[in-house]
Design a protein. Structure first.
Length: 570
């Protein structure tokens, strides 16, 4: 419920404070007094986009503050999610919007700086504004489904429908991307296949290049190595005066000496070890020299293999070990591309599952809408009867098509048909209703949707468009009735409607120091007749007009008492 609206330096408003009460609040005043600016201020405080020239001339910044009491649970939940504390134990919400020149703006919620997205998220839970444009929405057939959903409180069912449709859209987009990727991957797959085949055919082995290089060096220098190895073997083992013979004679002498002096035992052991190692080295050199023979074919093969490895290293820019890893990576990538058909099959299965889930929920939503439509047609007859539509009949028709398109709101196409006179066939509401009829029908719809007494404040801007006389009185009674369940603010030019107000506020403007200033003032009970008289007769207030205004108030009071008595209230 909106408790207080404060506005400073906005258009022709210098500074004002509007205090609203529970029930039906009526706002009246001459054309141009500033009523529309108050609505604009409410739009700004809940995230609306400011006009560049909205700041009052001479001021640097405009400010709008709105205090809400008994805020509904969804608002508290969103505040908690945004990390903004609510007023402890008071369930109050203070929103402040500052608009600087050049449309620079800042917003605060309960004293904390807040993004405009949060204000726009909170707005539908705090205020609902229904102006002439809203009434004209009934002329758009595409809005009828939205109105039906609102009357039936199908918001949560719609959220699930949108979520399921979103998953379906995402699944179909994934298939489209997979198909596009598959087309792009076709050429890459051919390239990968050629590279994998080349690297696989090379049969790369880690360390092979180093081993081949060493063997190649031995074959290239085989003759020289044979000469050197044979000379070394003869010097150590088989030649005249070889080292092994000298060591053998020395060992014989040392063994005899060690028998005489045990302290030479360790030296004898060293010599024995040296003799064994020299003997092993000589035998190894002999085998090496015998096996080392020039092999032109083997050398050619190694040269070819090393050239192949060098070419692959240049092509793929890495070592043999890098090429082995590259081969594994390319093989894995190629496998992934070649298995794309399986992935697309999985994606298509997921999309089909999402389609079935969305279609199942669309069917459920359609059943719910038809139930709401039946209830609405019955309930709206009584509401329209109270709004001077004697014998009116509403039909909600659903378009039946063989191939219904499934969208985020399901697949139903809804249109309202209205018969305003007994015996006449219902005709499309979008084409046959007048402006005044649309206003009353919208009011009836909002009355049916106003069951939650802690819901948003309803603001009706010029609900009197196109009506007058007895119909205006009926609309006033209906607004008063609606105010029993919800806080209602009605901006009107009709005294027949204003007379039903629980609380009446007048907007005036005056000129001070050459500047136009707008202000608001709640009317005391004793002042209301004068304002109604002004609305009836303009500047020429006769005794008859004053008496007529007082009569309107008395009659409205009697009608309102009948409303409360019928509800067992008050």
């Amino acid at each position: 419920m909106l408790r207080t609206l404060r506005v400073r330096d906005l258009a022709i408003i210098d500074e004002l404070e509007l205090v609203l009460e529970p029930g039906l609040n009526v706002l009246t005043g001459e054309t141009g007094a500033g009523k529309s600016i108050l609505l604009q201020a409410l739009d700004l405080v809940l995230g609306g986009r400011p006009d560049a020239d909205l700041v009052r001339t001479g001021a640097e910044e405009a400010a709008v503050e709105a205090l809400f009491a008994n805020v509904p649970a969804p608002v508290r939940e969103r505040l908690a999610g945004a990390g903004i504390p609510a007023e402890a134990g008071q369930e109050e919400l203070l929103v402040r919007r500052l608009i600087g020149r050049g449309s620079r703006a800042r917003a605060y919620v309960n004293g904390a700086l807040a993004p405009l997205a949060l204000l726009r998220d909170l707005a539908p839970h705090l205020l609902r504004v229904y102006g002439q444009d809203e009434h004209q929405a009934l002329r758009r057939v595409e809005s009828h489904r939205e109105l039906l959903d609102a009357v039936g409180s199908l918001g949560r069912t719609l959220e699930e429908m949108r979520a399921r449709h979103g998953r379906l859209v995402a699944a179909r987009e994934a298939i489209a991307r997979a198909r596009a990727d598959a087309e792009a991957a076709g050429e890459r797959a051919e390239m990968l296949r050629a590279q994998v085949e080349e690297l696989a055919h090379a049969a790369l082995v880690a360390g092979e290049e180093e081993s081949l290089s060493a063997e190649r060096a031995r074959l290239v220098h085989a003759e020289r190595l044979a000469v050197l190895a044979t000379g070394a073997e003869e010097g150590l083992y088989s030649g005249e005066g070889a080292v092994i013979d000298v060591l053998g004679r020395a060992l014989v002498a040392l063994r005899e000496a060690a028998g005489l002096d045990p302290g030479l035992a360790s030296t004898r052991a060293l010599l024995e070890s040296a003799l064994a190692e020299v003997e092993e080295a000589g035998e190894s050199l002999g085998r090496y020299a015998r096996e080392l023979a020039p092999d032109a074919n083997r050398l050619d093969a190694m040269e070819e293999r090393l050239a192949q490895l060098a070419r692959l290293k240049r092509k793929y820019a890495g070592t043999v070990e890098d090429l082995i890893r590259r081969r594994e990576e390319l093989t894995a990538e190629l496998k992934g591309i070649e298995s794309g058909g399986e992935i697309r099959a999985e994606l298509e299965a997921a999309a089909e599952a999402a389609r079935r889930a969305a279609a199942e929920w669309a069917g459920r939503l359609s059943v719910e809408r038809r139930r709401v439509a039946r209830d609405l047609c019955r309930a709206l007859v009584a509401e329209l009867e109270a709004l001077a539509f004697t014998g009116a009949r509403l039909e909600v028709r659903f378009a039946e098509t063989e191939d219904r398109a499934l969208g985020p709101e399901g697949w139903d196409e809804v249109e309202f048909f209205l018969s305003t006179n007994p015996g006449e066939e219902p005709r499309s509401l979008a084409r046959v209703a007048s402006g005044g009829e649309l206003s009353r029908i919208m009011l009836a719809l909002k009355t049916l949707a106003a069951a939650d007494e802690r819901g948003a404040t309803l603001i009706f801007d010029e609900v009197d468009a196109g009506i007058g006389g007895a119909v205006a009185e009926v609309v006033g009674r209906k607004l008063r009735q609606l105010g029993r369940a919800r806080q209602v603010l009605c901006i009107t030019h009709l005294p027949l409607i204003a007379a039903f107000a629980d609380h009446h506020v007048v907007v005036t403007k005056r000129v001070e120091d050459g500047r136009t200033v707008s202000s608001v003032r709640p009317l005391a009970t004793s002042e209301r007749a004068a304002e109604l008289a002004r609305m009836l007769g303009g500047e020429r207030l006769t005794r008859e007009i004053r008496e007529h205004a007082e009569q309107l108030l008395r009659r409205a009071h009697a009608r309102s008492r009948g409303l409360t008595d019928s509800k067992g209230v008050e």
